[in-house]
Design a protein around this ligand. Structure first.
Ligand SMILES: [Zn+2]
Ligand SMILES: [Zn+2]
Length: 235
């Protein structure tokens, strides 16, 4: 199924390893497709990959913390070729990969019968970082997904503080780093609506939770989220 869908897409380079693929409309090479770590046992709330095969599908964080989102849909585990592929999209200018990654999210939402959102939105980036990178990969993924689902993509949040990258911080510091850094943008556009929030990777769910909290406080009805990958549960 992933095959058939991706065949319709370009670019002709594999989104994970960058190798030129034979079929120029096929965005994942056969080797990568066979090696992809699909997120098959995940926390039913935040999407964190779990290593246990027993017990409830609920991670320790979601047992303890209040989550402002209903559920996070995550097709892949953030390791190996998935990590390489996403790093390429974020830091090496491989923007075209956002379309392939959005397709993985699209298929995951279908597979899990996710509720259809009224609108799609994305984790915002501060203008200084946007200026450095030239694009917000979460927006590019949201835009591609919006076209696949025929759902409007709306800017709902603004990043008003230039913060350290979340990946360099742990636990409580992640929460504090984002405290007051994200604010709603034109709440009348999403008030009363079911929102699907997009980001590239989730680690502890903190960024998604902060965004969901702001959206709900500004009147959104329900928040679902999706990221292409999540880091495995480690603590
Ligand atoms: Zn490949
Ligand atoms: Zn969880």
């Amino acid at each position: 199924m992933v095959n058939g869908f991706l065949r319709l897409l370009y670019p002709p380079k594999c989104a994970f390893c960058g190798k030129i693929v034979e079929n120029e409309r096929f965005a994942v090479c056969d080797d990568c497709l066979a090696a992809l770590p699909f997120n098959l046992r995940a926390c039913s709330v935040c999407g964190t990959p779990l290593d246990t095969v027993y017990g409830d599908l609920l991670c320790l964080s979601c047992r303890k913390k209040r989550r402002r989102f209903k559920k996070v849909y995550v097709p892949l585990i953030y390791k190996e070729i998935v990590r390489d592929g996403i790093i390429g999209m974020k830091f090496r200018g491989k923007k075209g990969r956002s379309v392939t990654f959005a397709a993985f999210i699209f298929l995951k939402l279908k597979e899990e019968n996710a509720p259809r959102p009224d609108l799609i939105t994305y984790v915002p980036m501060h203008f200084i970082r946007l200026g450095q990178r030239g694009y917000n990969q979460a927006y590019l993924m949201a835009k591609a997904l919006g076209e696949m689902m025929n759902v409007p993509v709306v800017k709902t949040l603004r990043k008003i503080k230039h913060t350290s990258p979340q990946s360099k911080l742990n636990g409580r510091a992640r929460q504090e780093n984002l405290e007051g850094a994200i604010k709603p943008h034109q709440a009348e556009n999403f008030s009363g609506k079911t929102v699907l929030l997009i980001d590239d990777v989730t680690t502890t769910g903190t960024s998604l939770n902060v965004c969901a909290k702001e959206l709900k406080a500004a009147g959104a009805k329900e928040i679902y989220a999706a990221t292409v990958a999540a880091t495995p549960f480690t603590h």
